[in-house]
Design a protein around this ligand. Sequence first.
Ligand SMILES: C[S@@+](CC[C@H](N)C(=O)[O-])C[C@H]1O[C@@H](n2cnc3c(N)ncnc32)[C@H](O)[C@@H]1O
Length: 241
Amino acid sequence: MQDPDSFTKRAASFGTNAVAYARHRPRYPDEAVEWVVGDHTRVLDLAAGTGKLTETLLEFGLEVTAVEPDDLMRAELIRLLPDVHARKGTAEEIPFPDASFDVVVTGQAFHWFDTPEALTEITRVLRPGGVFGALWNYDDVSVPWVAGLAELVGDAPHGEHTPRHERLGEASRETWRHSQRRTVESMLASLGTHSRMLVIEEAERVALFDKLRTYLWSRAETSQGEFERPIVTSGVKAVRV
Ligand SMILES: C[S@@+](CC[C@H](N)C(=O)[O-])C[C@H]1O[C@@H](n2cnc3c(N)ncnc32)[C@H](O)[C@@H]1O
């Protein structure tokens, strides 16, 4: 069980590095977004952050609304995607009437709000027959150099969160493999957008990044210029009954 103070601090940490977040976090694969959205149209991107998932939803020509509590993350989303309807709100208090959406989807965020209150809100704003989906990008630790890096980072993965609520049917899961083109420095910049890195003391952060940089320069896979960072996207979805 995580320390609740640290959990709250981490959940609210992302805005301090919003520009780097938008620049260095990976996208979501089109197939994963298609798997959640199906042939629906009105989509809420919940906890939209700087709009990484919103961007792909828009490319699909969907009617997209973004909800994000953090002012700095939302400001970056509005700067990058000025045409999106973006509102301040949380998963526990979604600022829309009942049955407003066909799909509620959330990227890299369900673990921050997997609570009965959030699922009651999510199913309230979904119309019956609509879909709730959550996606996560993970570094693919089945690849040895990635496993070595993850060990140095030392952060516990947030595990599999399954949406369970009386207004949701049984959840289904899927995974996809893709990658992000990186260099040592842009890989470090990606890692620097993770909540743990944003909440630790400066001295600890500097020491950890020194170790990570040394490691990446020591590996044949990552020290020759550009390389592919292998990513697994994991998805879970359930239909609003
Ligand atoms: C790791 S970021 C993911 C942002 C974006 N969805 C993406 O895929 O890049 C997590 C986001 O969840 C938001 N968040 C944290 N707790 C939340 C809550 N209870 N309700 C809604 N959003 C929340 C944070 O402000 C942050 O923007």
